[in-house]
Design a protein around this ligand. Structure first.
Ligand code: SF4
Ligand code: SF4
Length: 98
């Protein structure tokens, strides 16, 4: 079942910022990225811990990963959690009407 696809999300000329203190390396965001820009790596600052890493040349700022993260560890400059919830709600509505 496909509720949201990346065609509902505009491409923005920005990339995500990962809050290294909040990210626990759960990897939920990795599969959500439509362009495979995310991967889990070993944290250099916290030995034994994992963290997500973004490939800046691939990320196009769609915001899907931000919506996926349960820790609110991903931020898109200029797009807050409330903006994103509205954005996703609109995308789901659009997708259901197709
Ligand atoms: S950014 Fe969020 S969803 Fe992705 S690995 Fe870190 S905690 Fe998990
Ligand atoms: S903002 Fe979009 S393209 Fe960038 S890492 Fe997140 S899901 Fe991938």
């Amino acid at each position: 079942m496909n509720f949201v696809n990346n065609q509902n999300f505009p491409e923005l000329p920005i990339i995500i910022h990962v809050n290294r203190e909040r990210c626990d390396g759960c990897a939920l965001c990795v599969d959500s990225c439509p362009v495979e820009a995310l991967k889990i790596i070993d944290s250099r600052r916290r030995p034994g811990k994992k963290i997500v890493w973004v490939e800046p040349t691939k990320c196009h700022g769609c915001g899907v990963c931000q919506a996926t993260c349960p820790k609110e560890a991903i931020a898109l400059p200029g797009l807050g959690p409330d903006d994103l919830r509205t954005y996703i709600s609109q995308a789901i509505t659009l997708n259901q009407s197709i």
